[in-house]
Design a protein around this ligand. Sequence first.
Ligand code: 0O2
Length: 217
Amino acid sequence: MLESSFDNLASIEHPEYLLEKMQPFLELMVYYHCAMLEIKTKLEVLDKGLALRSSRNPFESIKCRLKSPRSIVEKLRRKGYPLNIGSIEENLNDIAGVRVICSFPDDIYDLADSLCAQDDIKVLSRKDYIRDPKPNGYRSLHLVLQIPIFLSDGKKEMRVEVQFRTIAMDFWASLEHKVKYKKDIQNPDQVAEELHQCAEAISQLDQRMQDIRNNIA
Ligand code: 0O2
């Protein structure tokens, strides 16, 4: 269904036909959007609560994004999954993505633990790339959460991927992401090595900043 909707865009002369074909996909995206907002609100409530108790805010910013239709189709194709609505829900965990940027590593774990402990949230997976970084130096804590959204005709469980990083890890990941998609790099091995060294330096800096805060708290 998805494939035919996207591939035949140019040949469709009747917008009603297009809208009808797209409706289930558009509805699903609204559900993911709602689930993403639920997670964002929960994090903001936790932030306010922790700020009241400790006079500090555990996160600096939250970014939310829905995966684009093109990226969804590309990922389904790349992984060999069927191109239909059911397959999106069943096989992809990162249609709705929330990225939480914290100043200090300990805040990441405090926030993530408080979120996971909430009784309407189910943790489907947890990958700790901070304690166990990827070979290129990538660090973040990734959670795939399942959360209910309440619609007029009932409840629907949705998945949201939540990534937690420090400001410094986020800075690193944005540059590494740009490098990954740049085609004409002259010396890719050297750039990869530089990035790896920067990731190590960032990790040490994060820990030193954490130690300073612990000492003055
Ligand atoms: P986008 O546009 O950021 O969403 P998956 O393919 O998600 O089923 P995987 O690879 O096990 O399975 O997922 P993982 O390890 O949890 O990582 C998924 C996301 O984490 C990526 O999403 C990136 O956002 C981020 N990420 C993971 N590894 C790296 C890395 O080495 N560098 C950077 N910069 N980001 C990373 P997408 O889908 O790649 O892209």
